[in-house]
Design a protein around this ligand. Structure first.
Ligand SMILES: *Cc1c(COP(=O)(O)O)cnc(C)c1O
Length: 451
C-alpha cells in the first residue's frame, strides 16, 4: 500500500503511545517504517534513517541480524507458541539456564513475562508475597521505597513504583502508596564532587531506612541511571550504599535493569559496576535484541522457596500471562545471548562509549546545553534556554521535539524526554554512524535553539 493511503488509515484507526493525537493527525509527514537493515530504518516513502533511539532502547545488533532471523525461522517451523501454564517448552528452558548463568550472583530462578512493566509488577508482587510467607513471616513489611523520577513502566503497579510527575500524576488516586527518596536530579558530577553528591543523595535514604526499615518490603529502583525520568545519572557508590542499607534492615533490593541490562551501560548488567547483587532483577528491552516482546524477572532461591508448599497451602505465586515463555521470543533471546557471549560484544560497547564521550565533549560548551550524562551507551543531552541565568525551556516550547524534528529531516530518528535529547543508539552501531549521529544532533540543536 502506498504512503498516502497508509497515512490516512493510520490517522483514522490508530492511537499511538505517548502521543498527542490532535497534533499527530495534522502532521503531513508521519514516519511509517517499512523495513530495516543494520542500524538503519527505511520508511514507506523510501527515505533512510539512522535508528538513533534503537527502536525505543531495545535494538542491540541492528535490524535483520542473520543469526537471530535464522533462529526465529527455525523455531517457527516447530511451533510459535504454547502455554507455560501446566506445560513447558525447550527455548524457555534453555533461555532460563543461560540467563541464570549470565546473571549477577545469587539469582537462580527465571519468571517470564512480555514487557518491562510486567517484569516490574511481578517483582513487586513477589516481594510483597515473600514477606507474608517467609519463616518467620513479616507481613508488616509491605512498603516499597523508590527513587523520584524513577520509571518502571505504565501499568498501575509500575506507575505506583515510578515517579515521573508528567506521566504519573493524573493516576494518583489509582496508585498504591510508596515511599520516595530524592533523585540525583539537581546534582551532576560536574557541579559538585561525587563525594558531596553521594552524601547528599544518601542522607535522605538513611533517614527513611531508620524510620521505616522494619516496614520496608523492598527498595525498587533503576541502577546507575534513571532512564525515562530524563537520563539522570546516580552518583558513583549510591547503589552500593543502598545495598548495605537493605542488608542492615533486612529489605529486598529489586533492580529494574529493563533499560540498563545486557550491556547498555558498558557491563552486562549495570549493578556489576557497583559490585552489587540484587534480590530481584527485572529485564526486558534488550533481551530479544529488539525482535520480540519478552521480559523476565530473576530472583533468588531464598525468595523462590518461600512460595513452596503443598497445593492446599495456597503459597503459589498466582501470576501469569497468556504469552509467558513464548517460544519465538525465547528463541530470539537465545540467539541474541549467543551473540552477546562473544568477547567482542562488551569490548565494542566500551569503544563506542569512548567515541561518544569524545564526540560529545565539544557540546558541553554549547550555549544551550547545560549537562551531558553518559553511562556506556546510554545518555542524555540536557538543553537549557538561558545558561547564564539558569532558565529552563518551558514544556510548551517543545524544544526536545524541535531538535528531534530537525534530526529527522537530516535522516536520524531520535526521541526526547522533555528537554533532554536521548542518546540510545543500537549497541552495535559503527564508528562512522556514531559520528553521523552526533553531527546531526549538534546541527539539530543549533537549528532548533536559534529562535
Ligand atoms: C522501558 C522501561 C520499562 C517498561 O518496559 P515496557 O516493556 O515498555 O513495559 C520499565 N523500566 C525501565 C527502566 C524502562 O526503561
Amino acid at each position: 500500500m502506498n504512503y498516502r493511503e497508509l497515512s490516512e488509515k493510520d490517522k483514522k484507526y490508530l492511537w499511538h503511545p505517548f502521543t498527542q493525537q490532535q497534533e499527530w493527525v495534522l502532521d503531513k509527514d508521519i514516519t511509517i517504517i517499512s523495513k530495516g537493515k543494520g542500524t538503519f530504518l527505511y520508511d514507506a516513502k523510501g527515505k533512510k534513517y539512522l535508528d538513533g533511539v534503537s527502536s525505543l532502547w531495545c535494538n542491540v545488533h541492528g535490524h535483520r541480524v542473520p543469526e537471530i532471523d535464522k533462529a526465529i525461522q527455525k523455531q517457527l517451523k516447530k511451533i510459535a507458541h504454547s502455554t507455560m501454564l501446566g506445560a513447558s517448552n525447550e527455548p524457555a528452558i534453555l533461555l532460563a539456564e543461560k540467563l541464570i548463568k549470565l546473571a549477577p550472583k545469587g539469582l537462580t530462578r527465571a519468571f517470564y513475562s512480555d514487557s518491562g512493566s510486567e517484569a516490574n509488577e511481578i517483582a513487586a508482587k513477589m516481594a510483597f508475597q515473600y514477606w507474608q510467607q517467609t519463616k518467620p513471616a513479616k507481613p508488616k513489611k509491605n512498603l516499597f521505597l523508590t527513587v523520584r523520577e524513577g520509571y518502571h513502566g505504565d501499568t498501575i503497579g509500575s506507575v505506583s513504583l515510578g515517579g515521573v510527575n508528567l506521566f504519573h500524576k493524573i493516576f494518583g488516586p489509582m496508585l498504591f502508596k510508596t515511599l520516595k527518596v530524592k533523585s540525583p536530579h539537581d546534582y551532576t558530577s560536574r557541579k559538585v564532587s561525587n563525594a558531596r553528591w553521594l552524601e547528599d543523595c544518601v542522607k535522605e535514604a538513611v533517614v527513611v531506612f531508620k524510620k521505616y526499615g522494619s516496614r520496608l518490603a523492598a527498595v525498587h529502583m533503576e541502577p546507575l541511571m534513571e532512564g525515562a525520568g530524563g537520563m539522570l545519572a546516580h552518583p558513583w557508590g549510591y547503589l552500593k550504599v543502598i545495598r548495605k542499607l537493605c542488608d542492615k534492615y533486612d529489605v529486598l533490593l529489586i533492580l529494574d535493569e529493563v533499560a540498563t541490562g545486557f550491556g547498555r551501560t558498558g557491563t552486562m548488567f549495570a549493578c556489576e559496576q557497583e559490585g552489587v547483587n540484587p534480590d530481584v532483577l527485572c529485564l526486558a528491552k534488550n533481551l530479544t535484541a529488539g525482535y520480540l516482546p519478552l521480559a523476565v524477572t530473576l530472583t533468588t532461591e531464598k525468595i523462590y522457596k518461600a512460595f513452596l508448599g503443598n497445593f492446599e497451602s495456597t503459597r503459589t505465586f498466582y501470576h501469569g500471562h497468556t504469552f509467558t515463555g513464548n517460544q519465538l521470543a525465547c528463541a530470539a533471546a537465545l540467539a541474541n545471548l549467543e551473540l552477546m557471549e562473544k568477547e567482542e560484544f562488551l569490548a565494542n560497547i566500551g569503544k563506542n562509549s569512548q567515541i561518544l564521550q569524545e564526540l560529545l565533549e565539544p557540546l558541553v560548551a554549547h550555549p544551550h546545553v547545560t549537562d551531558i550524562r553518559l553511562r556506556g551507551m546510554m545518555g542524555g543531552i540536557e538543553l537549557i534556554k538561558d545558561k547564564k541565568r539558569n532558565i529552563s525551556y518551558g514544556y510548551a516550547e517543545k524544544i526536545g521535539y524541535k531538535v528531534c524534528s530537525e534530526a529527522k529531516k537530516l535522516g536520524v530518528l531520535i526521541r526526547p524526554l522533555g528537554n533532554v535529547i536521548v542518546l540510545m543508539p543500537p549497541l552495535a552501531i559503527s564508528r562512522k554512524d556514531i559520528v553521523r549521529l552526533i553531527e546531526v544532533i549538534s546541527l539539530s540543536i543549533n537549528r532548533a535553539t536559534r529562535v
